[in-house]
Design a protein around this ligand. Sequence first.
Ligand code: ZN
Ligand code: ZN
Ligand code: ZN
Length: 246
Amino acid sequence: MKKCLIDGCDRDADSKAHGKKGYCSAHYQRIRIYGDAMTYKKIAKPFEFKKCLVEDCERSANRTNGGKRGYCSMHYLRVKRSGDPLVVKQTPSPAKDFIETHKDYDSDECLIWPFHRDKKDGYGRIHESGTERLITASRAMCIAAHGEPPTQRHESAHSCGKGHEGCVNPRHLYWATPEENQGDRVLHGTSNRGEAQWNHKLTVEQVREIRKLIDSHTLRELADMYSVSTRAIHSIKTRKTWAWLD
Ligand SMILES: [Zn+2]
Ligand SMILES: [Zn+2]
Ligand SMILES: [Zn+2]
């Protein structure tokens, strides 16, 4: 038996035991593969940060960070979609464009929503950016012009009282709680529908929200959220009230 050249290794370096050049077979393999008898694993190449090709972008273009072809993941996506890393390609939406181009509207006349309006309540409707859920156009305009609502309960209120006529003039819109929003009732007077009834505190928009939340929340939770009685929520659930609203 020939002892392996490596200090502390007592294995046989003899060719009969598959040793070679004075090393035992295990150490000889390591030398052959890694060039060093003491290296167990291949040392990974040190991580080299590659900056995105877009001049002002400090994001990583490394593959491990989702980068590709020298771009960070975001800019690569833009290149893929539009051919230009600086162009954000969106599906055209005249309704969203209308909000963008009219959020600084400076006339005091009512600005009537020129797109889809709900037949029942008269309010414009638009898909909310990001979530794509259907919201009133006045709410979308209120967000664009005045920022997000201060709380979830706040609704876009009209100072002109013409929400039901489709007004989205940002100067007529402000955030109000349902209690403050008495001037923005969709239905008025002698109507026995919806808001004219004892659960009059709710707006069409809120009833729609409640319907969406009704399966994931208790009557109590919803009653607290919207400051109405559990009976009011129950009646919405069973369509005893607001049945006309689709
Ligand atoms: Zn050895
Ligand atoms: Zn980038
Ligand atoms: Zn108005």
